[in-house]
Every structure is written in structure tokens, then in C-alpha cells.
Write a protein that binds this ligand. Sequence first.
Ligand SMILES: NC(=O)c1ccc[n+]([C@@H]2O[C@H](COP(=O)([O-])OP(=O)(O)OC[C@H]3O[C@@H](n4cnc5c(N)ncnc54)[C@H](O)[C@@H]3O)[C@@H](O)[C@H]2O)c1
Length: 307
Amino acid sequence: MGLLDGKVAIVTGAGRGIGRGEAMLLAAQGAQVLVNDVGSAREGDGTDPSPAESVVQEIRDLGGTAIAAHDDVSTWTGAQATVARAIEEFGTLDILVNNAGILRDAMTFSMTEEQWDDVIRVHLKGHFAMSHFACGYWREQSKDNDGALVGGRIINTVSESGLFGMAGQANYSAAKAGIASMTIVLAREMRKYGVTANAVAPRARTRMTSGVPGAEEFMAAKPGEYDEWDPDNVAPVVGFLASDSAADVSGQVFVVWGSHAYLMRGWSLVNDFDAGDRRWTIEELIAGKADLFAPVPRGSKIPQMGF
Ligand SMILES: NC(=O)c1ccc[n+]([C@@H]2O[C@H](COP(=O)([O-])OP(=O)(O)OC[C@H]3O[C@@H](n4cnc5c(N)ncnc54)[C@H](O)[C@@H]3O)[C@@H](O)[C@H]2O)c1
């Protein structure tokens, strides 16, 4: 008996790296898995059906159920076709793991329009397009069943680059920060349909990190020791978020690596520098600069906008 018996999952970019491990684990837990991968190079060039097909073969060899699909999830039609294919093949959709990604690093002053557009498209639009079609399906399912909670799951993939900002990755950091915010929006919008949305920010040894100077050596597996950079370390947290046991976990971001699942919290109030019932003058702000950066007591909350 698997924890995901009877569930249908899509994992994008599952032909290698972190997505492969996620697809394998979801299948091992009983889910029927659509393994999506366009089979591009690290920077997004080219296509190759073999990575997705070989993961499907690995899953089948272990007794699981999987099909391969090669659509580019960063296009509207590709995302629509991917969601439709899973539903046609397996009869429904329960779990969407948005994982596909590329890197095209450059400092802001050197970044080309193409480098910016490609990374924003694959990550931000890719996550949104897939979520758009999956959420549309779940909303219809709920409406057709007298407003029943359908129990869908979205697990997005962000990055600490998006949470903290990384020099040389304005495109990637912006896309991942956007996905982190979008995860909260998805959680709020889909709550009434019983659909959760969460995100993982992995750290792992894949071809994405192997290009970072020094990373290959730093992340190398050490014989006889727990391999904390193994990309498969991410999958159990995704499996947990996909399970019925995580029905009450939504809008959360977890940094995941090695033996860790760090629960993260985003922007929070640091100081309320209040001018009273009037607006600040620039001179007062200059004079009060030190006070502006004085932290407020722990537990203070910023008033919400109320709309
Ligand atoms: N490896 C890390 O340490 C790390 C850190 C932070 C975030 N991430 C994120 O984890 C995710 C997986 O990265 P990885 O390290 O396994 O990289 P990877 O390059 O090994 O795998 C990414 C896969 O996505 C596929 N892909 C790319 N564009 C696609 C598209 N448009 N449609 C369908 N498939 C597409 C690629 O063919 C590739 O197989 C990415 O979103 C990445 O940004 C990874």
C-alpha cells in the first residue's frame, strides 16, 4: 500500500535531476505519473525525448505506472496539452509538481533580453500556465460535484536565489520570487476547492549546480557518508505535501536538502516609523534615519490593507 495509491501526478522537468527523484518517489508511493520533460540543455536549448522516456522505463521496471510527455510547459498550448494528457490517460489529476527549469546567468548590466525572457518564461510562465490549467480542471471538478473539496495539490519549485537574491541571477531570482508569491496566491484562491499550494526551494547536486564554480567538488558524494547533496533527498518532502496528510498545509515554502526541511517565512514587519496623522517630509526622514532602522518589538504585525 502506497501513500498515493490511486492518485494521478504530473511532474514537469522530470527527466533528470530533482524532478526525476520526485517522479520516482510519487510512483513508488502508488501514484500514476506523467513524466514531463522537453529534454533541453541546462540553458534551455534543444529538445530530447530520451530523459523523460528513460525515467518512465525506470518507474515501470520497478512496477510503477508512468507515461512520458515532452511538451514545453512554458507555452500555453504545451501546458494545456500536458494537463489534458494526464487526465486522458489516467482519468483525473490530483498532484501537480512544477519543477522544470533552466539557468541563463549574467550580471544585470550584461544580461540580454533573451536571457531575461527565457528564464522568466520557463520558470514563472511555466509554473503559472500549468497551474492555470490544473486549477481550471479542479474548479470544474468541484462544481460538478456540488462544491466538493477535490483535494488537488500543487508543489512549486523555488530557490533561495529567489528568497534572498543572488548576484548574476536577476532573471532567475525574480522568476523564483514571483513563484513564491504566486504560491501564496494559489493557496488563497484554491482553498475553497480543497486544493493546496506549497513550494520547495531545493539544494542539490544536479547539472544546474554543477556549473557553479567549486560546486562540483563541494557537493561531491563522500564514500560511506550520508549523501546530503543527492537530488533524491528533495522528493520525500514533495511526497508529504502531495499526500492526504498535508491537506491543511498550504501557502508554505520549505528549503529542502540533505536531512533538512526548513520552514521559511517571508517579508515581515521590522519597524513602524510613524509620522502621525500627516505625511513624512524628506527632511524628517533624513533626520530620523537611525530611528527608521530601529527594530520594533518581536511579534509586532503590519496592518493589512484590508482588500
Ligand atoms: N539543483 C539545485 O540545487 C536547485 C536549487 C534551487 C532550485 N532548483 C530548481 O529545481 C528545479 C529542478 O532543477 P534541477 O537542478 O533538477 O535541474 P536539471 O537541469 O537537472 O533539470 C531540469 C529539467 O527541466 C527540463 N526543462 C527545462 N525547460 C523545460 C520546459 N520548458 N518544459 C519541460 N521541461 C523543461 C530540462 O530538460 C531538465 O531535464 C528547477 O526549477 C530549479 O530551478 C534547483
